[in-house]
Design a protein around this ligand. Structure first.
Ligand code: NZQ
Ligand code: ZN
Length: 392
């Protein structure tokens, strides 16, 4: 193994009825006055929000409710929420929802410690985060892995930028994961979740560092499991086993375990974030749009690795360029079989103009001042070429 640091302090409560421990967990982490954050209303419709409110009341916890987080969550929502939470003396943030709600809750938790600042100052590192407010989540969608990750992603809607912030302060105190709470998510969101989970491991799997065999086995096991159980999950909306496997994989894939000893690449995420910022595309779909084009552009960096993946996932044998390309094709076919886009026109309904691609490439590289990725660092020209490859 190469050297690594691993710090993932989030307490995970997994399984049926796990949400029944919400109030006791909030107390354990010193919450008294809770801000409950949720999204567009799925948790109201399912009755989950009411149940949690009742539970908090029964346990003498006071709370304030704040709904309306949108997918690809935005900065102005967070800034407003921080003001309200500050005035209400909130000391704990509870997210009930998917990655967008959890990321918003993380941002509000940070913002509460800096109520005079714009939250974007923390995202752009103008302000160094040295403290946060305790937060936890009840997860309703297996996808982003935010419930245990060190990351949170916000869109600054005024300047059209979607950016992640990675910091140990983003690790929540607890994650309540009852797979049954994910049953009601639409199949498209579940499919996007499957893609995101696969991608969090793939973006760690292709790295310059070699000889991390245990990390490889964990990563490959996760990829195989998610591809198999993901299909079942989509076909059987109340299959507990499939939903639980995917839910566990969602956290495991992005809490860093599938990448220990390696440098993350995450260039496909960078492409995806720019597409989401410009077209409000769903995160998982933005990734499947770009992955194969990225892979076809860089695969020569490590043909052996692509062939090995092909053997593990698809039983393709051989070790040459053709096999590497076949592997990429099979991954792409798998995404398509989930009903997800594998080209830009499938994602946004049209081919982009050259002006659009120039814009996206500039956004990715901070106007040609930065490269993205680590497996193969990509400069502006590479990024432009990859967007062109996907633009069909
Ligand atoms: O808003 P509601 O009404 O709850 O509906 C949501 C939303 O419309 C719906 N949904 C979720 N659970 C449901 C449900 N509908 C019915 N029943 C349920 N049980 O699904 C829709 C999408 O929700 P969202 O939270 O946006 O999805 P996801 O979990 O995929 O999160 C995506 C966001 O997370 C970021 C993405 O960029 C994107 O902004 N990411 C966060 C990461 C992190 N913090 O570590 C890492 C990821 O790479 C990703 O970038
Ligand atoms: Zn992701």
């Amino acid at each position: 193994m190469e050297k690594f640091k691993f710090y993932c302090p989030t307490e995970i409560i997994f399984g049926k009825d796990s949400e029944l421990s919400t109030a006791s967990l909030i107390k354990k982490y010193n919450g008294h006055n809770v801000l409950i954050v949720y999204g567009g209303g799925s948790v109201k419709r399912s009755g989950l929000l009411d149940k949690i409110c009742q539970q908090l009341s029964n346990d003498n916890l006071s709370y304030m409710i704040l709904g309306g987080v949108q997918p690809n969550p935005i900065v102005s929502f967070v800034n407003d929420a921080v003001k309200k939470a500050y005035q209400a003396n909130i000391d704990f943030i509870l997210a009930i929802g998917g990655g967008s709600v959890i990321d918003t809750a993380k941002a509000i938790a940070h913002g509460l410690k800096y109520p005079q600042n714009d939250i974007w100052d923390i995202w752009t590192k103008k302000l160094t985060l040295t403290n946060t407010t305790p937060m936890g989540s009840i997860v309703t969608l297996a996808a982003a892995g935010s419930e245990t990750s060190d990351s949170a992603v916000l869109t600054n809607e005024q300047i059209g930028q979607k950016r992640g912030l990675s910091t140990p302060f983003n690790r929540p105190c607890f994650a309540i994961m009852n797979p049954q709470l994910t049953y009601s998510a639409p199949n498209y969101q579940k499919a996007c979740g499957i893609a995101d989970i696969l991608m969090h491991t793939l973006e760690r799997y292709f790295a310059k560092e070699q000889h991390n065999y245990l990390t490889d086995y964990i990563a490959e096991g996760l990829l195989k499991d998610v591809m198999l159980q993901g299909k079942t999950m989509l076909e059987e909306p109340t299959n507990y086993i499939a939903h639980s496997e995917i839910m566990y994989a969602g956290s495991l894939s992005h809490n860093d375990i599938t990448g220990l000893g390696r440098t993350k690449d995450f260039s496909v995420h960078k492409f995806g974030h720019e597409l989401s910022a410009k077209f409000d595309a769903t995160h998982g779909a933005s990734l499947t749009t770009m992955w194969a084009s990225w892979a076809r552009y860089i695969y020569k960096q490590d043909i052996k690795r692509f062939c090995h993946l092909g053997k593990v996932l698809f039983n393709i044998t051989g070790e040459n360029e053709q096999v590497a390309l076949e592997t990429i094709k099979e991954v792409e076919k798998f995404f398509a079989s989930l009903g997800l886009p594998t080209s830009i026109s499938q994602l946004v309904g049209k081919k982009l103009t050259d002006e659009d691609i120039v814009y996206l490439s500039n956004m990715c590289t901070d106007n040609k001042t930065k490269t993205i990725g680590n497996f193969v660092p990509l400069n502006y020209d590479d990024v432009y070429a990859i967007f062109q490859l996907a633009n069909h």
